[in-house]
Design a protein around this ligand. Structure first.
Ligand code: 2HG
Ligand code: ZN
Length: 480
């Protein structure tokens, strides 16, 4: 095409409606406009939100994302980035009928695996389970692990700084990132895909984008840390009398296994009842019921002897009276069944009616006080409401979810959401905790943020947003 013809085409394109111009960047096949086509992108797993949008775009490259953000700046169009749409606070949902959802699903290349450097460079749309499998193929481990791993994406994991069930030993998503590639508002690309453990050349910008929930830029690729694959993994289900005893068991197991204790999850009896009632194929993990359960996993570089050491440790804990009963998975199938009981806890709350959620954290030693005080406060507010506390005890992170009283009206119960939140979050504040441990702020907790953040910190966050996205184009109405 001659220069003249090119600029004529350019000016014709810029006169086209923004929707047509956005669609032209990715090609018609990847620009969804029909209500039925865009519907799955506007609805999230908990049925809490129903969104609206003009268009869903599926860019196939960083360059296309850059073109989209350039045009968004020019046309002042709101952009809502979305990964696997598994977020639990509505951060990935667009609420503006003029907005464009940018789905990262086609950014699906593993660009490099470098087993010597212990790193893997993935594009944002790689599903977490695929990243884990790729690492395993190279006899390595990518340790981020969570219930939604079959559909959530690396980009979403990083944008929300996901936690999951192995953070105890390996850290949260933030701790697993060496470098990032990010498209900024206006379309500039930050090429920050470094693989360095040590890099002290000024501000560490990675951490601005990780956990920013798409409000400061769109992460298009990440250099991630890999670890040696464990040579043996042993998984135990234990019955304990109380959260206090579960905590004593945690301390005891950490003294025996150190960082080889890779998971330590707490489950209330009611959670086990819900799972065995609603999830076909699941069964009671122990012979008799117990008020509380712990699911603990040891991942060791030693191929031999770990099971015997775990058996001995559990026997010692039983002698000390901090464990009532315990069983170690005898096969990989039983291990998967144990984990299914844990990861199934999210879905089994739905058939029990309305559920009011809290993703909270306190210093680990305060978890028993949190559970006790929150239980008393909830019972006072909504007699008969059924708390189902579970989660990552090793991280002090409890999903303090509350199912409606049996036979109560679902909506009437959900209408008490804010009141119940206020009571539980008040206890969290007194115990030195956080109202969002691992799910983020999104829209669900946006109004609560000013009440819990230091005013100077909040103002710094607002300044950063203004500096990086002066027109408020990126995921407006989320976080701040
Ligand atoms: C988990 O730990 C997830 O299973 C979801 O963070 C928790 O359903 C929930 O609230
Ligand atoms: Zn969790």
């Amino acid at each position: 095409m001659s220069l003249r013809a090119k600029s004529a085409a350019g000016s014709a394109a810029s006169k086209a409606a923004p929707i047509e111009r956005f669609a032209a960047i990715v090609g018609d096949k990847y620009a969804l406009r029909e209500p039925a086509e865009i519907a799955p992108f506007l609805h999230e797993p908990r049925d809490l939100y129903q969104g609206r949008a003009a268009l869903v775009l599926k860019p196939g490259s960083t360059e296309e994302v850059s073109e989209i953000l350039k045009l968004a700046q020019e046309t002042k169009t709101a952009i809502v980035p979305q990964g696997g749409n598994t977020g639990l606070v509505g951060g990935q949902i667009s609420f503006d009928s003029q907005a464009v959802v940018v789905s990262t699903v086609r950014l699906d290349k593993i660009r490099e695996i470098d087993p010597v450097t212990n790193s893997m460079t993935c594009e944002a749309g790689i599903v977490l389970a695929r990243a884990q499998e790729a690492a395993t193929k190279h006899d390595h481990l990518f340790p981020l692990s969570l219930g939604a791993e079959g559909s959530c994406t690396i980009g979403g994991n990083l944008a929300t700084n996901a936690g999951g069930t192995q953070a105890l030993s390996y850290g949260v998503a933030r701790d697993l990132v060496l470098g990032l590639e990010v498209v900024l508002a206006g379309g500039r690309v930050w090429h920050g895909l470094r693989k360095l453990k040590k890099d002290n050349t000024g501000y560490d910008l990675r951490h601005l984008f990780i956990g920013s929930e798409g409000t400061l830029g769109i992460i298009t690729a990440a250099a991630l840390k890999l670890f040696p694959a464990p040579r043996s993994t042993e998984t135990a289900f234990a019955g304990v009398a109380s959260p206090q005893d579960a905590l004593a068991l945690l301390n005891f197991m950490q003294s025996r296994f150190g960082s080889s204790l890779t998971s330590f999850e707490l489950i209330a009896r009611r959670g086990i009842e819900f799972v065995t009632k609603h999830l076909p194929g699941t069964r009671e993990p122990l012979a008799a019921p117990h008020p509380w359960y712990v699911l603990a996993e040891i991942s060791s570089p030693n191929a031999e002897g770990v099971r015997a050491t775990l058996e001995a440790a559990l026997a010692e804990a039983a002698e000390k009276n901090i464990v009532w009963d315990a069983v170690i998975a005898a096969s990989e199938a039983q291990r998967m069944a144990f984990w299914r009981t844990r990861t199934g806890l999210t879905e089994v709350q739905k058939p029990e009616g309305g559920s009011i959620k809290h993703d909270i954290s306190v210093p680990v030693g305060n978890v028993p006080a949190l559970i006790e005080q929150a239980g008393a406060a909830v019972e006072k507010l909504v007699p008969g409401a059924r708390p189902v506390p579970f989660g990552h005890l090793g991280d002090g992170n409890i999903h303090y979810n509350i199912s409606q009283p049996v036979g109560a009206d679902r909506q009437a119960f959900l209408d008490r959401w804010e009141e119940v939140n206020a009571a539980v979050h008040g206890i969290v504040a007194k115990l030195g905790g956080s109202i969002s441990a691992e799910h983020g702020i999104g829209v669900l907790k946006r109004e609560l943020l000013p009440g819990v953040k230091d005013p100077v910190e909040l103002e710094l966050m607002r300044s950063l947003k203004r500096a990086l996205d002066p027109d408020g184009i990126l995921n407006p109405g989320k976080v701040l």
